[in-house]
Design a protein around this ligand. Sequence first.
Ligand code: AMP
Length: 197
Amino acid sequence: MTRLLIVGPQGSGKGTQGVRIAETFGIPAVSTGDVFRGAVAAGTPLGEQVKAIIEAGDLVPDELTSAVVRERLSQPDAASGFLLDGYPRNVAQVMHLDEFLEGRGEAIDSVIELEVPRDESIARLSRRAAEQGRSDDTEEGIANRLAIYERETAPILDIYRARDVVERIDGVGSLDEITGRIVAALEARGLGRGAAA
Ligand code: AMP
């Protein structure tokens, strides 16, 4: 069982690294941003509810987001562990996740904190805007999301630091270098490939 969170500002590469780490450890990567974007693209009721919020770069209400996560983590493939990307994003969501996991007798094993300087995140987001045309990658959307990260998401790291589960990883380098750093840090905690055997 490996239960991981990956936390970092937008443009830190957490989506890409999250998928790589999940593959390495044989667990599903669950990105709330991807779930919401998928719902918007498919035009589901959830998509209708969150479309305008996502485009503005604001946060979807906590209750709704936490319900989506609970449902996803209740699928059979998450029974052997999971990696959450983009959730929890504020203190209220940490409390929702704690309550859900405690109900199952589980806890988060490690939180990967990807550290990237602000200028580098902005440069990466602007590149992604040009390449992928994501509707929230406008100048205002990017600034709003980075401000929300600093104000609401960064404080959740203090909660997890107090539990001694945070691995702070330098997020500057090649994709393979960064994946290697994360895997090494998790293995040093006795998690992942070696531990699964
Ligand atoms: P992301 O791909 O993680 O940057 O998420 C894209 C957008 O989805 C965010 O700007 C929010 O509007 C919404 N979103 C994703 N995760 C959450 C969350 N945990 N809480 C609230 N809103 C979220």
